[in-house]
Design a protein. Structure first.
Length: 131
């Protein structure tokens, strides 16, 4: 993955992941290790939080489609190495919050995934994404 081609988004536009997708089972040990590393990265990369939250739902039933989606996140990270949290000096500190939901986006149980983030000044300081 060191010489991989980068992509501009962490997830495909119409990509829907589900437990029983009919593809070949993936090596669960490798998949779990990869998702664990991605979870660690979410501490400084809130832009991948949603997809890592979705991918972590398949730790016990990972397929090759899930592995491909996880590798796409790595390709996205490869192209966005300069991204991260940066705190800059600003004249006015303003607290802002944002939230969103995918409205029953889970194909397995039709439950929504929602997320939020809060910024203070120039940087995001709190974020979450969960089902």
């Amino acid at each position: 993955m060191e010489e991989c081609k980068s992509v501009s988004t962490p997830m495909g536009h119409k990509e829907k992941l589900q437990k029983k997708d009919g593809s070949v089972p993936a090596n669960e040990k490798v998949y779990r290790s990869l998702i664990g590393c991605l979870m660690y990265l979410t501490a400084t990369r809130p832009d991948i939080m949603f997809l890592v939250s979705v991918l972590s739902r398949f730790l016990n039933c990972a397929s090759e489609l899930h592995m491909v989606a996880a590798k796409r996140v790595l390709r996205y990270l490869r192209g966005t190495l300069s991204y991260g949290i940066k705190f800059c000096r600003v004249q006015e500190f303003k607290l802002q919050g944002y939230s969103d939901s995918d409205w029953a986006g889970s194909m397995d149980d039709m439950r929504s995934t929602s997320g939020y983030c809060f910024t203070f000044g120039s940087a995001c300081f709190s974020w979450c994404s969960k089902k």
